[in-house]
Design a protein around this ligand. Structure first.
Ligand code: NAP
Length: 266
């Protein structure tokens, strides 16, 4: 549990602002220590509950879905939340959409904390596509042996290109697995080194890599290995940002936003 302190405990002290942090990411974990023990902010972290042993935290936690945007709005209301921070993964579309709807319907301020997108350098050969279906359509012209690192969800999109040889790396096995005739499965969790990734590409004679634009350092080594191999990368672009939601890359900047919210919300 969190240790809370306050420098303003007199009878006229304002109650700490109640913050709900939608977490489960490195970014949320980086914000947590800035909120822990803050004299004016009292944060609860929300996890989807997918990870069996989530990293320890000093902040109070709740776990599991809210029941859609309406359930989230009800939770915000019930817990008198003053501000919502969405620090979920860039590809966690549903919870981010729910956060936008719930914030709009309750009038509670919402901010987004997300890692920057990856950027292609002059030697990169990236083909940007909007989704996995478009990635599958792009593949046959790019090569025969494919490394897929897009996570275990929605792999059925690649059933549109069943003639290719796939190496699919996921943390946990997908259920059900996609109906593809030639798959080599690798179950592994990053971070990976550039040497590991280069070996993986070499030993599996990979022609093309498919990845989501997750950003961050933990899984960026595969991009370096692809660049060094002169290999094309099919880059699945992020869902668009919600208009009107302030977006930050630095946890310190979100802290500043929370501290500066007008008193109507504090
Ligand atoms: P999603 O499709 O956007 O979310 C599906 C449902 O899971 C949401 O509608 C919500 O249920 C619940 N949920 C998701 N995040 C939650 C949270 N932080 N607290 C409470 N409920 C949450 O998300 P996903 O892609 O399955 O990812 C699930 C979680 O894993 C996210 O928190 C995300 O940050 C993390 N993650 C995702 C990825 C990825 O590539 N997608 C990668 C790494 C980590 P209700 O509608 O019932 O509220």
């Amino acid at each position: 549990m969190s240790s809370r302190s306050s420098t303003d405990t007199g009878p006229r002290a304002a109650r700490p602002r109640q913050i709900l942090l939608l977490g489960g990411t490195t970014e949320a974990a980086a914000l947590e220590p800035l909120l822990d023990g803050h004299p004016r902010l009292y944060a609860t972290v929300s996890l989807a509950g997918r990870t069996r042993r989530p990293a320890p935290s000093r902040l109070p936690r709740r776990t599991g879905g809210f029941g859609g945007a309406e359930g989230l709005a009800a939770w915000l209301h019930e817990h008198a939340v003053d501000a919502l921070v969405d620090a979920t993964h860039p590809f966690a579309r549903q919870i981010s959409a729910n956060a936008v709807t719930a914030a709009r319907n309750t009038g509670i301020p919402l901010a987004r904390l997300t890692r920057p997108s990856w950027e292609a350098g002059p030697e990169d050969r990236w083909i940007r596509v909007p989704d996995l279906a478009a990635a599958a359509r792009a593949l046959p012209e790019l090569g025969r042996r494919v490394l897929l690192t897009t996570g275990r969800q929605h792999l059925e999109a690649f059933e549109a290109a069943p003639e290719l040889d796939y190496v699919i790396r996921t943390i946990d096995p997908p259920e059900p697995p996609p109906a593809l005739p030639r798959v080599t499965w690798i179950h592994a969790r990053g971070p990976f080194t550039a040497e590991d990734e280069a070996r993986l590409l070499r030993e599996n004679t990979i022609d093309v890599l498919v990845t989501k634009d997750s950003g961050g350092d933990a899984t960026a080594a595969k991009l370096q290995a692809a660049r060094e191999r002169g290999m094309p990368v099919v880059m699945v672009e992020r869902p668009p940002d919600a208009p009107g939601v302030p977006r930050f890359h630095a946890p310190q900047a979100v802290l500043g936003w929370l501290e500066d919210l007008p008193d109507a919300h504090g």
